[in-house]
Design a protein around this ligand. Structure first.
Ligand code: IFM
Length: 475
């Protein structure tokens, strides 16, 4: 089979078109996104062994209602139907993640072909339906055996990840045009090892900082493997949940609080990956936690291996001031110097403020910092209290409003010269929302978890119209 070319086109192709409404550039990628543990289920099939989320979700009190991803949205068994749903919506791209535990159960050694077969079938099904596959190699589900060996705070995990990347690239490299190494390493490091709200549930600032470095190293090492293994047309990417930060006031103290969080949440990844350096102020801020001697000679050359695009996941901004944060705050010591103020205005069911300007601010910041790097919004969406009405319909006008506002922000950024190539709505399906279990619904397709029945929400119909129109309607 010939390789599909998904490398970003030249930037001349990305200017918005003209006409009524807000039109997006020709070739703009309209996607939906999911992740393996959140939707697949089939937790013990075909040799899959536990990941850290299988273990964590069984620890009393860690996940709402004791929910687990054992069955989730049963996507592993319903994949062809779910692909048909996407085809009906008209999405051009689908961003999914590969479960490391399904493909290489112990995190070492050869691949399990039965595990890889699911992803082969998924990719074939997508291509047969005209949908471009966008594969993420890691969306938080480390094989438990690697956690038992020390997990992300240990350097060896980065090497294990590069080996795993090689296995997946060998299996899917001829058919998957876009590859993302990691999804939101900030969450993996700081929620997983810092405040313990995510798997594996460890609470150590040192472990979180070590994990962050090893995520960067894993990203760079895997990017090198992918570059060697994949066709020259392949696009290699990374997805970060960069934090959109606003000072509460313009006082020097509040601006310094923003600087601290920017260092430990944003530049801790951006600087090693795109500039081959550690943020010096972060090293100084964290002197009480570590001397960073786990960063070895040559590491920053690996972490800054060139990539083709950056994925941004955005949901809401944060308002930061000088002060101190309640425990458990995931800021590696900075919590003693910073406070967070809830932003005013409407909120989603996650209690996250709705503020699309934060997305515009992030995109334009990235344009200024990395003017030649194509960007994609790899996640954006909202949870609301959705339910099927007696007629079996799911009306979710708040989600439509949220999505419209955020796509408007993306359009504005493109008009202002930001090279945004695509938008992936989180999420295709209601799914396992980590420590919230199944209590939060992010899908544009409702899932009745008892029957696994799918119901297209109003927002999905709205998104289908946006895709068909190539933009947003404006009266
Ligand atoms: O569901 C998550 C996803 O796994 C990662 N980004 C944020 C989403 C909503 O919390």
């Amino acid at each position: 089979m010939t390789a599909v070319d998904a490398r970003p086109a030249t930037s001349t192709g990305t200017r918005p078109g003209t006409g009524t409404g807000l039109r997006f550039p020709t070739g703009f990628r309209w996607g939906t996104a999911t992740s393996a543990y959140q939707i697949e289920g089939a937790a013990t099939e075909n040799g899959r062994t536990p990941s850290i989320w299988d273990t964590f979700s069984r620890m009393p009190g860690k996940v709402h209602n004791g929910d687990t991803g054992d069955i989730a949205a049963d996507h592993l068994h319903r994949m062809p139907d779910d692909v048909q749903l996407m085809k009906e919506l008209g999405v051009t791209d689908y961003r999914f993640s590969v479960s490391w535990s399904r493909v290489q159960p112990t995190g070492r050694g050869p691949a399990v072909e039965r595990g890889l077969d699911f992803y082969r079938r998924l990719v074939d099904e997508l291509l047969a339906n005209g949908i471009r596959p966008v594969a993420t190699l890691y969306h938080w589900d480390l094989p438990q055996e690697l956690e038992d060996a020390g997990g992300w705070p240990e350097r060896d995990t980065a090497q294990r990840f590069a080996d795993y990347a090689d296995l997946v690239a060998r299996a899917l490299g001829d058919r998957v045009p876009t590859w993302t190494t990691l999804n939101e390493p900030w969450c993996g490091a700081f929620l997983g090892y810092g405040n313990g709200l995510h798997a594996p549930g460890r609470t150590s600032n040192l472990a979180a900082l070590r994990a962050a470095h090893h995520f960067n190293l894993a990203h760079g090492g895997a990017a090198r493997v992918l570059r060697d293994r994949l066709p020259s047309t392949a696009e290699i990417s990374l997805t970060l949940n960069l934090h959109a930060l606003r000072p509460l006031t313009d006082t020097a103290a509040d601006l310094d609080a923003v600087r601290r969080i920017d260092a430990v949440a944003n530049r801790i990844f951006m600087d090693p990956v795109f500039h081959g350096r550690l943020p010096q102020d972060l090293v100084e801020d964290t002197a009480g936690v570590t001397d960073w001697s786990f960063v070895r000679d040559g590491d920053l050359e690996v972490t800054s291996t060139p990539i083709d695009s950056l994925g941004i996941n955005y949901y809401s901004p944060s308002v930061v001031s000088a002060g101190s944060s309640a425990s458990p705050a995931p800021w590696a010591g900075a919590e003693e110097h910073v406070a967070f103020t809830p932003a005013a205005g409407p909120r989603t069911a996650m209690d996250w403020p709705v503020d699309a300007n934060g997305l515009y601010e992030l995109l334009t910041r990235l344009r200024d910092e990395l003017p030649h790097l194509p960007l994609m919004v790899t996640e954006n969406g909202a949870a609301y209290e959705d339910y099927a009405d007696p007629a079996g319909e799911v009306h979710d006008p708040e989600r439509v409003e949220y999505l419209d506002a955020h796509l408007t922000a993306v359009h504005r950024a493109i008009q202002d010269g930001v090279d945004v190539r695509g938008y992936f709505l989180w999420s295709l399906l209601d799914n396992f929302e980590w420590s919230y279990g199944y209590s939060k619904r992010f899908g544009i397709v409702h899932v009745d978890f008892a029957s696994q029945r799918r119901t297209v929400k109003d927002s999905a119909r709205w998104y289908a119209e946006v895709i068909a129109r190539g933009g947003l309607a404006r009266d």
